[in-house]
Write a protein that binds this ligand. Sequence first.
Ligand code: AMP
Ligand code: TRP
Length: 330
Amino acid sequence: MQDLVLSGIQPTNIVHIGNYIGALKQWVEIQHRHRCLFCVVDLHAITVPQDPKMLRENSLRMAATYLAVGIDPKRSHIFIQSEVPQHTELSWILETIAKISELERMTQYKDKAKKRGENVGVGLFTYPVLMAADILLYDTTAVPVGEDQMQHLEFTRVLARRFNETFGETFIVPQPLIQKVGARIMGLDDPHIKMSKSASSVLNYIALTDDADLIIKKLSKAVTDSDGKIVYDVKNKPAISNLLTIYHHATGKTLPEIEAEFSGKRYGDFKKSVAEALIFMLSPIQEKITLYQQDPGQLQKILDAGRTFALDAAEKKMNIVRERVGLGRS
Ligand code: AMP
Ligand code: TRP
């Protein structure tokens, strides 16, 4: 069995360095070793209200972002989830074996539902089943994501096993791929909550598209810990440890190297260096996002090819699934 890696990000307005460090950066490295499918999960995005015109724009910008960070369309397939209807078909079938109690335990659902009060759509509840369908449809062996998706992946594994036990061996049980350092980038304004697109303050995150001045400003306002030392200690110094993690990913230097570099220095100096490293890391990405957006023809071709590949693979798998479940005529 050949390895296949699949992952996806919702097309929302901003992509932050948590998404980059936790997910995208891993994808770029993995594609040299594995066959990869990267999807823009627009059907997941509509589990909360979206402006239709903006959603399409965001889907294209997300595809451009995949390319800009270094996903190579010669190695990897990039496609838009809703263009492959088999995802929703499989999702429905998996919903019939998923349990309400399992979905009720999902922390992402509970968090989002808490924020939305009465206004919780059924799609927000069944979201993890669609994610399982995305993954299982392609015989995915590994899924590179940030730590916050671990629970959804565990659930995907449960559904795969349950389907196999009920209908016979059909799905591969996929493995999570999670970074050792950086799987959970925390908010710059509060190191106890994860960096998030839906944060109430823009000081929470650095977007991939933030310009140099904004990055410097956000870093200067980032909270720090109290003892003045620049050492990695997640438990006692969550804010500085988060900045060390970000600096580690932006420069490639190891955590001990960074601690040595800033031994005896002040938080202010360190924050300036983190800002500079981020500007250096993000400016080529920003240039490429603009280039891909200025050449929509190329982007469309890449997405067409991705769709063709995904449709073919998905339909082959669904033929097996329909037969196992007894749907339609043979
Ligand atoms: P989302 O923003 O929920 O669409 O997440 C897209 C990808 O980024 C998923 O693989 C997440 O696990 C990952 N991710 C989101 N937020 C963070 C974060 N703060 N730190 C690390 N990874 C993250
Ligand atoms: N739920 C994921 C997130 O919020 C996005 C996602 C949807 C995904 N389908 C996927 C990630 C399949 C990996 C594989 O980040």
